[in-house]
Design a protein around this ligand. Structure first.
Ligand SMILES: [Zn+2]
Length: 497
């Protein structure tokens, strides 16, 4: 961690493989920083980044601090980039413990027009030089994160080509510092009286979230139960909460959050749903009461904690790294076992979209697989909550294809988006992930659909790139509230199957 993120690499001499890579694809969201790492034992061999076909979620790669500012910057040859030493490796070299918090001081988020293909090519060159990374896109613009040391270079490059851009975030670290302010004393007192520390005015540590689930199970034992369906790499529980009135004819809905560590609005939204149903169950609509609800608010507990204590922009789980570079982490949303290893994934451990050594290699995704193997519940829907971009996406993600009942998925998705619009006035786009965005194999939604679960959706929550992953806490309640309205629409659809 701590390095500019890597990508799948192919050991190739400069060759037709590079030339044949369509440049336009290199700017799709989910792209890696293409680290062109020179291998000491292969002086004449260059490591070229594999074409990445992008990522379902309209978000991905992150800026990491330049750890060695003494390295000369690559000015000329776009196919040759200064080798990078990642944070962990550097710490090892220097004999220091890797306990520092990653600092994003001076890193900026820009929104850049991509309306002309030529502009995309300019951006892909900058990206290949590790000067920028992509966060998200909406088709006509792309959000890029610019390294502090690269601001002048990137400015010059865009101005030279008359490419319009706006600076959206002047200093990412300032935003991170402001994102999640501590609670005032009144709120702390309230927490003590309530019996749990959860609220939706703040982003919470895992302990608060799990404490909240346990509190609900203890308080409402007739309808709520909590169990750990497995342990993460670092030994944290993967907690699943079930709400059910015990009606044997109930259909079931599964909801996960926090697959991607830095998408904090996801666990916040999923816990909001849990709170609404648990605290108001008696007066809830029959559509809600007559479904067995299964929630995993934080499917990637290690990564989530890592974003709180070490690196706010960490995405993957915390599978330990090996080898010299020692890059940690698997992208859990590339590790599910349907068409695993296909487009929009990487076999390079340093990549942000590293799919892992095999399908379900990770304890977190494996736990979900085993839960589904062993449950008697009849699931009619599987929702996985992410951010950002404001999309309701349905399968398939692995390639440009849709399942036979895609009209049903599209109709219900549109009704969900309409509910969001009517409650919170936010616009959500609806479509299949591969068509609306880009192919990415190994996602949990594809796998769920492959099990025969009818309504499988990936929801990309707010926003559309004003704050990106660093969504301030005042947005939690409005975002969660409008999402709850869409969940009610989904529940109604489930009863009509
Ligand atoms: Zn995500």
């Amino acid at each position: 961690m701590g390095s500019w993120s890597g990508t799948v690499v192919l050991l190739v001499t400069i060759s037709a493989a590079v030339l044949s890579t369509p440049l336009i694809n290199q700017l799709q969201p989910g792209q890696e920083w293409p680290q062109l790492v020179k291998q000491p034992s292969h002086e004449s061999v260059e490591v070229i980044s594999e074409k990445s076909t992008g990522e379902v979620e309209g978000e991905l790669v992150i800026v990491k601090p330049q750890v060695d500012k003494t390295e000369p910057e690559d000015e000329g040859n776009e196919d040759e980039v200064t080798p990078e030493i990642d944070f962990k490796t550097k710490s090892l070299i220097e004999g220091k413990e890797d306990t520092q918090k990653v600092d994003y001081t001076g890193a900026q988020l820009w929104k850049v027009s991509t309306q002309k293909d030529g502009w995309r090519i300019v951006l892909s060159r900058l990206r290949r030089r590790n000067l920028i990374s992509t966060w998200g896109t909406n088709g006509t613009t792309i959000d890029i994160l610019v390294q502090p040391h690269a601001i002048q270079n990137v400015t010059n490059a865009l101005k030279r080509e008359n490419i319009p851009f706006d600076v959206i975030i002047e200093d990412l670290q300032t935003r991170i510092n402001q994102e999640n302010p501590p609670l005032d004393e009144n709120e702390i007192e309230l927490q003590d009286r309530r019996g749990h520390r959860m609220n939706w005015k703040q982003y919470h540590r895992l302990e608060d979230i799990h404490g909240f689930l346990d509190y609900l199970a203890k308080t409402y034992p007739a309808i709520i139960s909590v169990k750990s369906i497995g342990k993460s790499h670092e030994g944290r529980d993967i907690k699943l909460l079930r709400i059910s009135n015990g009606n044997p004819t109930n259909k079931a809905v599964f909801i996960d959050g926090g697959i991607h560590a830095r998408e904090w609005i996801s666990p916040a939204t999923v816990t909001y749903f849990i709170n609404q149903f648990a605290e108001n169950f008696d007066v809830e609509h029959d559509d809600i009461k007559n479904i067995d609800w299964y929630f995993i608010p934080v499917l990637n507990p290690d990564g989530y904690e890592h974003t709180h204590v070490r690196d706010r922009l960490w995405r993957k789980n915390r599978r330990p790294g090996s080898g010299l570079r020692g890059c940690a982490g698997v992208d859990l949303n590339r590790n599910f076992g349907y068409r695993w290893g296909g487009k929009g994934t990487s076999n390079y451990p340093c990549s942000e979209i590293y799919r892992g050594p095999r399908a379900f290699s990770e304890p977190e995704s494996k736990a979900v697989q085993e839960f589904f193997q062993n449950t008697a519940a009849k699931f009619s829907a599987y929702l996985t909550y992410h951010s950002y971009g404001q999309y309701i996406l349905y399968p398939w993600g692995y390639d440009n294809a849709v399942p036979p009942d895609h009209n049903d998925l599209n109709d219900v998705g549109n009704n969900m988006a309409q509910a969001i619009k009517s409650v919170g006035n936010d616009n959500y786009m609806v479509g299949s992930s591969s068509n609306l965005l880009y192919p990415a194999a190994g996602g949990s939604d594809d796998w769920a659909k492959s099990l025969g679960i009818k309504y499988a959706y990936t929801i990309e929550l707010n926003d559309q790139g004003t704050y990106g992953f660093i969504l301030p806490t005042q947005y939690i309640e409005p975002v969660a509230k409008e999402s709850l309205a869409s969940l009610r629409v989904l529940a109604a659809a489930v009863h009509k199957i």
